[in-house]
Write a protein that binds this ligand. Structure first.
Ligand code: ACO
Length: 154
C-alpha cells in the first residue's frame, strides 16, 4: 500500500458514517443499539472518511469489534488491515485481555482477513442471522445463517 490513511476516534460533533456502518451490518436497530455504548474510530484520506471500526466493551477484560467497514471503491487497498491493527492496539492500551469479532458463515473474505490477522474461531452462534434479520442474506452464493465468532488474546 503506497497511500497513507490516517486513523483516529470520531469526535462527538462529527456526523456518524451510517452508510459505511450499514454496509457491514444491515440492521439499523442493532447498529444504533451498540453505537450508543461503543467507541467509533475512522480511517481518513485527507478529510474524507474511508473506513470505520466500532469497539464495544463486553466485560472489563474483553472487547468486541462490532462493525468494520471500508468504502466500497477503496476496498482491497489495506484499509481493513489498518483498521484491525489499530483497533487491536487501542484495545490493548485500554487493558482488555482479549478481543473478538463475529461474522457470517458466508463472509469468506472476512473470515480470511480476521484469521490472517491472528483471530481464531472461538464459537458459533447458530442461526444468528436467520433468527435476527427479517430478510435472508446471501453472499458468495451461500446463505448467511450462523455467526462465526473469532477471538484473539491481546
Ligand atoms: N477480493 C479478494 N480479496 C480481497 C478483496 C476482494 N474484494 N478485498 C480485500 N481482499 C483481501 C486483500 O487482498 C487482503 O489480503 P492479503 O493480506 O492477502 O493481501 C485482505 O483481503 C485484506 O484486505 P484489505 O484491503 O485490508 O481489506 P479492505 O480494506 O477491503 O477491508 C473489509 C475489509 C472491512 C471486510 C471490507 O471489505 C468491507 O468493508 N466489506 C464490506 C463490509 C463488511 O463485510 N464488513 C465486515 C462485516 S463483519 C463485522 O463488521 C464485525
Amino acid at each position: 500500500m503506497s497511500k497513507h490513511f490516517s486513523f483516529r476516534e470520531l469526535r462527538n460533533d462529527e456526523a456518524i458514517p451510517y452508510e459505511l456502518l450499514f454496509a457491514a451490518d444491515p440492521s439499523r436497530k442493532m447498529v444504533e443499539e451498540y453505537l450508543s455504548a461503543s467507541d467509533l474510530y475512522i480511517a481518513e484520506d485527507e478529510n474524507e472518511v474511508v473506513g470505520v471500526v466500532v469497539l464495544f466493551e463486553i466485560s472489563k477484560t474483553q472487547a468486541e469489534i462490532k462493525n468494520i467497514s471500508v468504502e466500497e471503491n477503496l476496498q482491497g487497498q489495506g484499509i481493513g488491515k489498518l483498521l484491525l491493527s489499530n483497533i487491536c492496539e487501542i484495545a490493548k492500551k485500554k487493558s482488555y485481555k482479549s478481543i473478538c469479532i463475529g461474522t457470517a458463515n458466508s463472509s469468506i473474505m472476512q473470515l480470511y482477513l480476521y484469521q490472517k490477522k491472528g483471530f481464531e474461531v472461538s464459537n458459533i452462534r447458530k442461526n444468528y442471522f436467520t433468527d435476527n434479520y427479517p430478510e435472508p442474506i446471501y453472499e458468495n452464493g451461500i446463505q448467511a445463517k450462523h455467526m462465526i465468532m473469532l477471538e484473539m488474546a491481546l
